[in-house]
Design a protein around this ligand. Structure first.
Ligand code: FEO
Length: 164
């Protein structure tokens, strides 16, 4: 039987993953409006990944006999001062998600919920990757600076991303 505390925390994380999907989709629409289709593509794939993260939690809650509670999803930011700022926000956001996954894991450890501890391992590894990728993107954008050709090349590179 799932503990209510764990169920609530999983539902909160479920909401955070749905928000992440919405957040990245907003970045995708921003880049569409700036005619940077490669960047738009990258963020759209990222939004799909976040949806998959949410659905992993969704399925897990049912698997352990819990109840999914869908909550309101906050509206994401829709405009940015610069392209660099979008990538900086991405890195900052992933750091917040890592923190919330770690807190959820801490709770599962305290409550001796071994199944949830095991389930969350995938998310712990995924967050290492998510943070590394978003940080690399920030560094690339910083290197590019005001270079239009650099921007064009990165747009091409990021545009090759495919759904996993
Ligand atoms: Fe699902 Fe990017 O964290």
């Amino acid at each position: 039987m799932i503990l209510k505390k764990i169920q609530d925390a999983l539902n909160t994380q479920l909401n955070a993953e749905f928000y992440s999907s919405y957040f990245y989709l907003s970045m995708s629409t921003y880049f569409e409006s700036k005619d940077l289709q490669g960047f738009a593509r990258w963020f759209r794939v990222q939004a799909n990944e976040e949806y998959e993260h949410a659905m992993k939690i969704f399925d897990y809650i049912y698997q352990i006999g819990g109840e999914v509670k869908l909550m309101q999803i906050d509206g994401p930011k829709t405009d940015w001062e610069s392209f660099l700022e979008v990538f900086q926000d991405t890195f900052e956001h992933e750091q917040k998600i890592t923190k919330s996954i770690n807190e959820l894991l801490d709770l599962a450890i305290i409550e001796k919920d071994h199944a949830t501890v095991n389930f969350l391992q995938w998310f712990v590894s995924e967050q290492v990757e998510e943070e590394a990728t978003s940080q690399q993107n920030v560094k690339k954008m910083e290197m590019i600076g005001d270079s239009k050709s650099g921007l064009f090349m990165l747009d091409r590179e990021l545009g090759s991303r495919v759904n996993q």
